[in-house]
Design a protein around this ligand. Structure first.
Ligand SMILES: *Cc1c(COP(=O)(O)O)cnc(C)c1O
Length: 457
């Protein structure tokens, strides 16, 4: 194993942010001890999917003595087998013979098109209209919540290998959604008083300088209807300096205070994938400052095979979060996009992991919900497996739905040990799922079973 030192280990605090990209990948994977062929395959994967990391992740989070099996290494470094070999091999040969960039990009483009870049109908179904013109960079799927994707906030301090928004970062303009037109956004909100929560997301809005972030947040403060402004971010994990020592850290905290003073909650929706991300002392300092600014921090992450797929990882993470004053919010199922095949955990196992973790923590951690699939009809929660009238089924309910009348109503799917996503499921005791439209009654006339369930509905 060749452990190549890239640079001296120095504390990341106090240093300016510097990103590492695909061009540093060969050096970095050599540090993890990968051989030449594997390093080439990793570069091929990184031609298709985005790669970016930084000093803090490299020096304060990754355990290099455990790489390439270390979960944080796996969280940020592409894996040679993340994509099918028939996609990786041709790109690896192009790289090996120094093919021109154009040829590489054409090959990468073809692979990306096969990876379902915009799951859950994001580009078409959720983009609203204002005065009969589409409002790009905005999603309005559930009545009370609107998402904004700020144009300058569509990168992150580091990328997660499993990212469901990977298409935002690969430089294909037609795969991107973003806005910088707050005048139209505010006009849309004024026309939709049912919206009480705006979620600023990305990418990572905290990648923006505070001056730019302010241009997105301040126009929202005068809207009486808004109860909360949320910022989706992984900066607490990947660059906690953003809230402590960056030149505009204090200004970001003042902006958070301004939101509270305007009579709204600023909720930082923090993405934590693994308990190790909470260990550095710098994270506790950042959390302390954010909370002192009157903001609440809620946490969420997907369940990812080989990174956090065991109950002890989750219960440990929720407990540490509780100690630090954070509120566990969602455990997601890895979405049906990008390298889903590589990271997916079967739904039956996901429900088991959730239940085991959930049953071992105090009630204050049980604010968390999941495992939740953000799918086209809404957020579908897998409650578990049950035997009903002699049939093994998944019990499910919708946490959020395009059609709010479906929220919170139990429904059933036939048990399938291999199912990893909603699209793998078939309805049980009914001819379709409640969110599927169709003629006639939803529940099939199959005798006493259906009567039993119809009355439960
Ligand atoms: C999850 C999500 C929201 C927010 O839902 P909450 O349950 O309020 O957290 C809003 N819009 C979309 C598209 C989402 O996926």
């Amino acid at each position: 194993m060749t452990v190549q030192q890239i640079q001296p280990v120095v504390p990341a605090q106090g240093r300016r942010f510097r990103a590492y990209s695909a061009k540093h990948l060969d050096q970095l994977t050599a540090r993890a001890g990968l051989g030449e062929a594997e390093r080439l395959a990793v570069r091929a994967v990184a031609t298709v999917l985005p790669f970016r990391t930084n000093d803090y992740v490299l020096e304060s989070l990754i355990d290099w003595s455990a790489a390439p099996h270390d979960p944080i290494y796996r969280l940020v470094f592409p894996q040679a087998d993340m994509l099918p070999p028939e996609d990786v091999a041709p790109i690896a040969s192009l790289l090996a013979r120094g093919a021109p960039e154009q040829e590489l990009q054409a090959a990468a483009h073809a692979v990306r098109r096969r990876l379902n870049p915009h799951p859950a109908g994001q580009l078409a179904l959720n983009v609203p209209d204002l005065a009969d013109e589409p409002l790009p960079g905005v999603q309005h799927k559930y009545p009370e919540t609107m998402l904004i994707f700020p144009r300058q906030g569509q990168t992150c301090h580091a990328y997660c290998t499993y990212c469901f928004r990977w298409a935002q970062f690969v430089g294909e303009p037609d795969l991107k959604m973003a806005t910088d037109d707050m005048t139209r956004v505010v006009a849309y909100l004024a026309a939709h008083p049912e919206i009480t929560s705006v979620l600023v997301t990305g990418g990572d809005p905290m990648i923006m300088g505070t001056g730019v972030l302010r241009r997105y947040v301040e126009p929202l403060l005068g809207l009486e209807q808004l109860e909360s402004i949320r910022i989706g971010t992984k900066a607490l994990s990947y660059w906690p300096q953003r809230f402590v020592s960056d030149p505009d850290a204090d200004d970001a905290l003042r902006l958070f205070e301004q939101v509270s003073r305007a009579g709204k909650t600023l909720a930082l929706m923090a993405h934590f994938t693994h308990p190790r991300e909470l260990e550095p002392a710098l994270v506790a300092r950042a959390i302390g400052r954010i909370r002192a600014a009157g903001a609440v921090i809620r946490t969420q992450a997907p369940l990812i095979r080989t990174i956090n797929d065991d109950p002890v990882t989750w219960s440990g993470m929720w407990r540490t979060q509780l100690r630090l004053g954070l509120v566990p919010y969602y455990l997601f199922v890895e979405r049906d996009t990008g390298p889903q095949g590589y990271f997916a955990v079967p739904l039956v196992r996901a429900a088991e992991i959730f239940r085991e973790a959930y049953s071992s923590v105090s009630g204050l951690c049980r604010t968390v919900r999941g495992p939740s699939m953000s799918a086209t009809p809404g957020k579908v929660c897998v409650d578990g497996v049950a035997d009903v009238a002699g049939q093994r089924v998944f019990v499910l309910h919708m946490i959020q739905a395009r059609d709010p009348s479906l929220v919170g109503r139990p429904f059933f799917a036939r048990f399938d040990p291999d199912a990893v996503w909603l699209s793998d499921l078939e309805p049980a005791f009914a001819d379709r799922f409640p969110f599927e439209s169709g003629p006639g009654p939803q529940f099939a006339a199959v005798g006493s079973d259906s009567e039993l369930l119809a009355s439960a509905d």
